[in-house]
Design a protein around this ligand. Sequence first.
Ligand code: AFP
Length: 282
Amino acid sequence: MEKIFKKIEEIAVDIDNAIKAGESGYSDSSNQTGDVQLKLDILSDKIIEEHFKSVDSVQAIISEEKEDKMPMNESGEYIVCYDPLDGSSIVDYNLSVGSIFGIYKGGLNGENIVASVYVVYGPRVEMVVTIKGSKPILYRYINGSFVKQKEITMQESGKINASGATQKYWYPHHKALIESLFQEGYRLRYSGGMVPDLHQVLLKGGGLFSYPGTVDKPKGKLRDLFEVIPFALAFIESGGDAIDDKGVSLLELKPSHLHDTSPCFFGSNKEIKQVKEAYGVE
Ligand code: AFP
């Protein structure tokens, strides 16, 4: 797995350079869910595909931007699912974005994720690596290499609230939950990019990120294999928690389709308990 982590470091530098090179705007193609792809989405996808070809432990890769699995090395033992550039719709407004990688062995579901990595392209380039059974580790790109900063540990509660999805379509019990947090003095921290938003909750050691199911999208928007499960591993190994709207751990997700989505809640234990109470699943 070390080879995969090393490759992701190289990928992160190349994608950061592509972002800073100013590539912008939409391409004339769209992905399997009909989203018109940005040129940077396609470029980031190509960068990742090229890099993983030479990693013999990678059996196949699956991109959020593509319909199907791409075979790599038959003798490989891992499948890497990734979102090449999450939040790409906000990159042209110079907001932080990210790449997300889930490393699976023996099956594409929550219990078979063995490690996850995400990269934040912001004022700094940072990477968080989580290996199942160990605390997430923060690295920062300094003078040409990724330097270990610290282990990430979640506190019992926080003070920030990142609440996604279209508020007009929130269910009343979700609206009541979010309002109760603001009544308690939580501050809104939501950029529209899940990577920097979740990164902030993790590094601040507490709070809540939510992307619920809504009247218009009962299954939510965020994708199990590429986005939800990789971040669930980081949150749960940091001592926080990650659940769906039935109070079930996101590491128990068993998607039946590669591009399945799930309502999701990530945070410190106090806030996750409040979610369960609000959703009547405590
Ligand atoms: P894009 O990759 O299309 O910019 O979507 C970003 C994202 O997948 C995730 O990063 C955000 O948390 C979420 O969608 C934002 O969705 P809303 O605009 O519905 O809040």
